[in-house]
Design a protein around this ligand. Structure first.
Ligand SMILES: *[C@@H]1O[C@H](CO)[C@@H](O)[C@H](O)[C@H]1NC(C)=O
Ligand SMILES: *[C@@H]1O[C@H](CO)[C@@H](O)[C@H](O)[C@H]1NC(C)=O
Ligand SMILES: *[C@@H]1O[C@H](CO)[C@@H](O)[C@H](O)[C@H]1NC(C)=O
Ligand SMILES: *[C@@H]1O[C@H](CO)[C@@H](O)[C@H](O)[C@H]1NC(C)=O
Length: 483
């Protein structure tokens, strides 16, 4: 028995109130519908992020840690205990774009694996995976943070199971339509005009968040648990979501995106000319790993270290030998062993110094690096996981969590919703949705997306023959042609 999937936004809001750091995921520091806000750093490029190693901290931010990065699994987001909700978020914004995400969802009743695009004025595009449902992925969208009466959710079967392997979840977001693709098949198309005549269509620059959280946390309101598919049993964990890679193409361009007025319409967004700083960071080599640093050591230093290791084993042999001898000859021998050990150590130190390295600093910087890496991986302070002492929880956002978690209702703010959302638990999720949305549009021939194709197909929306990406959203004089 599931709630309409628009409960997802409410559930995530409730979750944010519970886990302090998660709040940033669904709220906004500055809502441009209300005031003048800082510009959004533009991505303005195309890049494939392979999560086999920690990405540049200037490009991706760990909002709640820790995240593990590995060669085989990519980024791993794990819930080990109640309150965990590791999440990363891009520091860049895209203004229209195509993202291809290769991921494997987590199992576990009530556990939600989530991909969320969110703008400062709370336009939102979601992919959600319920841990209790291996067969489907859900999609959803919101405009300007408004939770609609009738769910915008869609549910799409995924052959092979969302938890059994990596699948290709591709989102193609243009100003007049939004497409969701699974493993090369188009599963859903939203036309802008069908979202309250474009008013609720996602149309402002968005950041991308990837993360996992427990809608089944027993501290959450019962309705939220039900939406999530049940109460999470943490003893069945750990529950992990894996993201191998994220390919991002921004259809916008320039240095940053600025809201020109308070309408929240795509026409009001200005693409400020210049070079995206993120774009430069993306192309910077990532910080070196310990093994890279070892590779970078001059040969002399490596030889010295090898020699010292050899010297260490030599010393062991030496000590061992003397130990045997000592069984027969006591006394002065022991003093000599100590002396020999001291001498070996002195020689070792000398070898290092001759090779131009300070062995102390090598050790020290190695451990420092590890600590830093852990911090970057998100193993920050325990505050990340801390649970708010008690309601009411206040945030710096326009969304006020004025009610207690006990009742679970999120009152006030743009996402205010009547409690009836929770009480309506009768229908299946399918019955709540527009059947056309359930399995997306009619099957369509598979399309391939090459750069040419983008240009060719969509030139008509912007400058004729628009090789320039601005054509997609063509604000100002350049674009025109929006229909
Ligand atoms: C604007 O700000 C006021 C006061 O903070 C708030 O009540 C209102 O909901 C906000 N409106 C929007 C659209 O964010
Ligand atoms: C992932 O799906 C998209 C959309 O169908 C497709 O364009 C892309 O080529 C796919 N990626 C791979 C690696 O197959
Ligand atoms: C559609 O948008 C208009 C504003 O353009 C708003 O007044 C109206 O309430 C919206 N309709 C729904 C169903 O949300
Ligand atoms: C952007 O970068 C290019 C190449 O690095 C440079 O030639 C150009 O002047 C830069 N433009 C701005 C506005 O900084």
């Amino acid at each position: 028995m599931w709630l309409p999937s628009h409960a997802s936004a409410i559930a995530l809001l409730a979750w944010s109130a519970l886990v302090s750091n998660a709040a940033a995921q669904v709220t906004t520091d500055c809502n441009p519908l209300n005031k003048t806000c800082p510009p959004n750093p533009a991505f303005g490029t195309e890049y494939n992020f392979n999560f086999n190693r920690t990405p540049n901290v200037d490009v991706w931010q760990t909002t709640v840690g820790p995240i593990e990065w590995s060669l085989n699994d990519g980024a791993t987001f794990t819930i080990r205990k109640q309150g965990d909700s590791p999440t990363i978020r891009s520091k860049f914004y895209i203004f229209g774009g195509r993202t291809e995400i290769w991921m494997k969802a987590a199992q576990g009743t009530g556990v939600i694996s989530s991909v969320m695009f969110l703008s400062d004025d709370l336009d939102e595009i979601d992919w959600e995976f319920l841990g209790g449902d291996n067969a489907n992925v859900q999609t959803n969208y919101y405009g300007k943070g408004v939770i609609p009466e009738k769910s915008n959710g869609g549910m799409h079967p995924v052959g092979g199971g969302v938890q059994n392997g990596y699948h290709n979840y591709t989102t193609d977001w243009q100003k007049d339509r939004l497409e969701f693709w699974v493993d090369g098949a188009l599963v859903r198309t939203l036309h802008a005009k069908d979202a309250n005549d474009t008013y609720y269509y996602p149309q402002t620059p968005m950041r991308l968040s990837l993360g996992i959280w427990a809608g089944g946390d027993p501290r959450l309101e019962k309705g939220v648990n039900e939406w999530a598919g049940g109460v999470t049993d943490y003893s069945q964990g750990p529950f992990s979501m894996y993201v191998k890679s994220v390919h991002v193409q921004d259809y916008g361009s320039g240095k940053e995106y600025v809201y020109g007025d308070r309408s929240g319409s795509w026409e009001s967004i200005k693409m400020v000319e210049g070079n995206s700083t993120i774009k430069e960071k993306v192309n910077e080599p990532p910080e070196k790993s310990l093994s890279d640093r070892w590779e970078d050591l001059p040969d002399g230093a490596k030889i010295a270290i090898y020699a010292s290791v050899a010297g260490f084993f030599g010393l062991l042999f030496f000590v061992g030998l003397f130990y045997c001898i000592r069984q027969r000859r006591h006394g002065a021998r022991e003093a000599r062993v100590a002396e020999a050990r001291a001498e070996t150590e002195r020689l070792e130190l000398e070898r290092f110094k001759k090779a131009g390295i300070d062995p102390d600093s090598f050790t020290a910087s190695a451990s420092e690096y590890n600590a830093k890496e852990m911090r970057r991986g998100g193993a920050q302070d325990d505050d990340s996981y801390s649970i708010a002492d008690g309601p009411p929880v206040t945030t710096a956002s326009p969304l006020d969590f004025t009610s207690s978690m006990g009742t679970g209702a999120v009152a006030g703010g743009m996402r205010a919703v009547s409690p009836s959302v929770y009480s309506d638990r009768t229908g299946s999720i399918q019955s709540m949705m527009n059947p056309a949305q359930q399995y997306g549009a009619q099957p369509q021939p598979q399309r391939t997306y090459t750069a040419d194709r983008y240009g060719a197909d969509d030139g008509g929306y912007g400058n004729a023959g628009g090789h320039n990406q601005q054509g997609y959203w063509g604000n100002g004089g350049g674009g025109g042609g929006y229909r």
